[in-house]
Design a binder for this molecule. Sequence first.
Ligand SMILES: NC(=O)c1ccc[n+]([C@@H]2O[C@H](COP(=O)([O-])OP(=O)(O)OC[C@H]3O[C@@H](n4cnc5c(N)ncnc54)[C@H](OP(=O)(O)O)[C@@H]3O)[C@@H](O)[C@H]2O)c1
Length: 337
Amino acid sequence: MLTAKLGPSELRSSVLGFGCAALMGRASRRDSLRALNAASDLGITFFDTARSYGYGESETVLGEFLRGRRDQVVVSTKFGILPVGQHGWKKAARGFARKLFRFVPAARRAARTQIAAQFSHNQFSTEILRRSLNESLRQLRTDYVDFLFLHSPPASVLEQDELFGELERIVAAGKVRFAGISAGPELAVSQSVHDRRVLKASQIPVNLFNLHRTSGYKTHAEQRVLVANLPFGGVDGVAASRDRIRRVAGLRGVPAGLARKLAEQDDGLMADVVLNVILRHTGIHTVVPSMIRMQHLRANVDAIVNSRFSNDEITCLREEFARLNTQPEVAAPQVGQ
Ligand SMILES: NC(=O)c1ccc[n+]([C@@H]2O[C@H](COP(=O)([O-])OP(=O)(O)OC[C@H]3O[C@@H](n4cnc5c(N)ncnc54)[C@H](OP(=O)(O)O)[C@@H]3O)[C@@H](O)[C@H]2O)c1
């Protein structure tokens, strides 16, 4: 696995990280642990979770996995969205829902609004910060996290001096090595974030539908750690990502040799394109897809260590995707613009 120094921090991790949003939600405890262990065996050392993931239990299962290997991995979590825990019949029905969603994906889409309504967003008081971090540390069975991100805050949060004072104290106390913000690019790499000196990392959605925004990231990467999330556009963005690759393959500006590679259409093609256009020469330090299925995990690792594309081809692809995204007649799916 390829590793990288994480920007101005002294940390180093795999450039392919593991997004833990599906743990204990879409994936059962057994599948969650299996995916985490397989990722670790393949050299992945960056794990991104949040207090809210998996009904509050993603951190719990990650904590289980971390036993005995805490100092070998980089752990990132978030605060600001409170999970609503599930108990009784709702928790018991989760296994059934997982099976249903696997065979009837439309049922997941229908349930999404209901699932979203179970979270309490925009929870950025100092009291919640303290309580949330302590709970994260307890669930993760550790006394520090490498990154603590503000989870999808509104821009107005940056005016909360008291909150940032508390974040500074928490970092100084060693409970958090680096504080950061996870938000859309218009906020996560903005001047107001830069002005909040304690925020040393930005987590941003980067995928085939917003690559045109990555041009300035290299400069940001000199001063802050950049983590890309949502690389395939989420569960619903996978098919749209494949479509977009097919579309780019047919463009006139694409050299014949590259078009031939894009026509290969094997299982690993999408990962090879997506992960490399995100990582190579953009400044982004690590990308964190969810990858519960073994074939996805392997394809993603293979995309990093055995890519079929040269650097020039990746640059050409990134430019073509970016051009396509800024054409007004091409509708971009709503996947973290
Ligand atoms: N606001 C925030 O802070 C924020 C928001 C969104 C996401 N995130 C972070 O980013 C991570 C990833 O986001 P996400 O899960 O929403 O979106 P994603 O990683 O873009 O998409 C996940 C989907 O892609 C599939 N997939 C992964 N590798 C694949 C491959 N090689 N070929 C085909 N399909 C593949 C996954 O399948 P399987 O899982 O079934 O294998 C899953 O269905 C999260 O886990 C979380 O850590 C943070």
